[in-house]
Write a new protein. Structure first.
Length: 98
């Protein structure tokens, strides 16, 4: 089993400046040729895709640490899975923050 990849960067959205909770995106922007750390709301507007070479999606665990859940390096003999759509849970988190 592969080791879980933890996010060690800032937990602040590069676009709106909010503290990121729940889901963090490290992805290419669709409006400019740059990468950014994004909250779910900004990813919906500015994010491009999640996949190897495009961007990564991290989810927060109960201890407040973020771990990679999509967009990591594909395993050998495995087709690269690309998750371009934001999940329903991500959208609900944006509007119903606890």
């Amino acid at each position: 089993m592969a080791e879980r990849q933890q996010w060690f960067g800032e937990k602040i959205c590069d676009i709106c400046g909010c503290e990121i909770k729940g889901v963090l995106y490290d992805a290419c922007r669709r409006d400019v040729p740059e990468w950014a750390t994004m909250c779910s709301r900004c990813y919906c507007t500015y994010g491009s895709a999640i996949g190897w070479g495009s961007g990564q999606k991290y989810e927060e665990d109960e201890d407040g640490e973020f771990y990679l859940v999509a967009g990591g390096e594909p395993e050998e003999n495995d087709s690269a899975k690309v998750d371009q759509d934001i999940s329903v849970n991500d959208i609900l988190r944006m509007f119903f923050k606890s």
